[in-house]
Design a protein around this ligand. Structure first.
Ligand code: ZN
Length: 182
């Protein structure tokens, strides 16, 4: 979430552009936090992108591209895996950025399968807001249950494994005490 994965995606795509390669960037149409047409990272270093409602649309839209970038890939369904494989099989370089785990610490959407079929996997880390260690987990500060809760600093905290577990234990204890009051 705060790990710089979108910045890393933009960095790689910009280098491809410098090499005069044809680049297209896609993201799920539901992610409209800032601008519908831009992949916008937290540091405002943005790059134009095309929102698509389903992964299959990329196959047509990416015709003639050398490099295809996908941002917020965790919000696509499993069909993204097959689409990326098809693109790669026809010679397109595919760079996918996404969260590997959801707020419950579980593998997120198509990400585990994408990591399995990719030649290269880079895990970028945030810093745990509690202790300063490397953070791999997104701890949800709010109580909402939906897996797709878009938003920034208010809803999630980057946490390390230990502090994520601590937070989940505290949440479970809160739920129990609330239940006892009813
Ligand atoms: Zn920590």
């Amino acid at each position: 979430m705060f790990s710089g994965k979108t910045e890393e995606l933009i960095r790689r795509l910009n280098r491809a552009k410098i090499a005069r390669q044809r680049v297209e960037i896609f993201k799920p149409a539901l992610d409209t936090r800032y601008h519908a047409e831009d992949v916008v990272s937290h540091n405002q270093n943005s790059i134009r992108s095309t929102p698509v409602p389903v992964a299959q649309e990329m196959l047509l839209l990416a015709a003639g591209c050398d490099v295809v970038g996908v941002d917020e890939a965790q919000f696509f369904d499993e069909s993204l895996v097959d689409v990326c494989v098809q693109l790669a099989n026809r010679g397109t370089r595919v760079i996918v950025a996404g969260l590997d785990m959801d707020y419950m610490g579980q593998p997120f959407g198509p990400m585990p399968a994408l990591m399995a079929v990719a030649e290269f996997v880079t895990k970028v880390h945030a810093i745990c807001v509690c202790c300063g260690e490397l953070a791999s987990y997104s701890f949800r500060v709010t109580a909402a249950e939906s897996k797709i809760l878009l938003g920034e600093t208010d809803a999630y905290e980057a946490r390390c494994r230990y502090c994520f577990q601590e937070g989940m234990r505290e949440k479970a204890a809160e739920t129990t005490s609330q239940a006892e009051l009813k």
